[in-house]
Design a protein around this ligand. Structure first.
Ligand code: CXF
Ligand code: ZN
Length: 381
């Protein structure tokens, strides 16, 4: 007999209609799965890209990939978490491919079937609506819901040291925040005393700036087109800020760092900015790329300066994060005040999901987080 679990979930039908919260049912758990009562879920631009059909994800679907909550049930083979554990969730991975075997799951060879196919890798649905299958398993969770099926590999237990930290604050740690921080700390391995410039001060850029401060980079230059974001970037670690609309960014960077940039980190995906950033690199400088670009985009670099300066251009996915080690590390940085990402968050009740998305798209809120339960709706102290 299969026991399904009732839940409320926000269904995305594409960009012609708003998200609609409806009754759904979760499938019975498989052996490696975990059912989580979702308390909060961050909203990321990738959710919007799916809504706008820019990614190969089937619609309609339940999105949401920055969930946090409490484990309610586990499959028979799960050992890493147990009912009652407080967890944050991130992307899923197969655990067996060459990337997963070297703890580089963001480059999982089976990323698509585990995260974007709308069903489990074996083709079975995790969600039902009115008795019929509904696409889910988005990033192995589909957490715009009151309950979600996740997997042992993509839930991370919140360390005991953070027992007093609200899960709704921790929710967004598993996507843009780990992407920016991981790019600096894991992928580019930014060195103390070296200059870095970060293009774009959204969630990923701000996380990179906070991580650059942790790494001891100096100077830390933030570039954006919104003065309010630049002001926040300064508070979070930027030593210099430049407005791409009013400043001559290249000339200013050459003045601040006459020897060039040790690290240039682009979160914008804008070709002209990336190509100019390349020209600003010092010998052995690293250009890290995480921005979403158009599928047809190509980049051009001068080959001689690429080679003779030993420059490196690095595509980075998910900050090269190994969830089970890196997320606890980031949570500890947060607890100790070195990674104050709560400054980016704006909270919304689950029912206001469409307003939360709007606030993100207008730039009014850097990181909207939905709160799923009425008892949590009171403003945070
Ligand atoms: C992802 C991409 C794959 C690794 C984790 C982060 N981005 C989501 O928005
Ligand atoms: Zn995301």
């Amino acid at each position: 007999m299969t026991t399904r679990t009732p839940a409320r979930a926000a269904i995305c039908h594409g960009n012609t209609r708003p998200f609609a919260i409806e009754d759904v049912e979760l499938d019975a758990l498989r052996t490696d799965e975990v059912r989580v009562r979702i308390l909060a879920c961050g909203i990321c631009h990738t959710d919007m890209a799916v809504r706008d059909a820019q990614l190969p994800v089937p619609l309609p679907i339940v999105l949401g990939h920055e969930g946090a909550g409490i484990v309610e049930d586990v499959g028979t083979a799960v050992t890493a978490v147990k009912p009652g554990d407080r967890v944050v969730m991130s992307f899923n991975s197969c655990g067996q491919c060459p990337s997963c075997r070297i703890e580089a799951p963001t480059y999982c060879y089976e990323f698509y079937p585990n995260n974007w196919s709308g069903v489990r890798p074996d083709g079975s649905p995790t969600l039902y609506r009115d008795g019929a299958p509904l696409n889910g398993n988005f990033f192995g969770q589909s957490a715009f819901a009151t309950q979600a099926i996740a997997h042992e590999r993509n839930v991370v237990r919140v360390p005991e040291s953070l027992a007093d930290t609200a899960l709704e604050v921790l929710a967004p740690i598993g996507c843009g925040l780990m992407t920016g921080a991981g790019a600096v700390l894991n992928a580019m391995k930014v060195r103390e005393g070296m200059p870095i410039a970060v293009w774009g001060a959204g969630t990923v850029g701000m996380a990179a700036i906070m991580a650059a401060r942790i790494a001891g980079a100096d100077p830390i230059i933030a570039i954006d087109v919104h003065d309010s974001r630049l002001a926040l970037a300064r508070e979070l670690g930027a030593t210099h800020v430049l407005n791409g609309r009013s400043d001559d960014v290249e000339a200013e960077i050459r003045t601040i760092c006459p020897q060039g940039l040790g690290y240039a980190f682009d979160t914008t995906g804008v070709n002209t900015l990336i190509e100019r950033a390349f020209t600003l690199l010092a010998p052995m400088g690293v250009l890290g790329l995480v921005g979403a670009s158009a599928p047809e985009d190509m980049l051009a670099f001068n080959e001689a300066s690429f080679m003779s300066n030993g420059r490196r251009v690095m595509g980075i996915l998910g900050g090269d994060s190994d969830l089970q080690t890196f997320l606890p590390e980031l949570m500890e940085h947060y607890r100790e005040g070195r990674f104050p990402f709560d400054r980016l968050i704006g909270f919304f009740p689950f029912e206001r999901i469409n307003e939360a998305i709007h606030a993100s798209e207008t730039g009014e809120v850097i990181k909207p987080v939905l709160r799923m339960e009425a008892s949590l709706q009171a403003p945070l102290a």
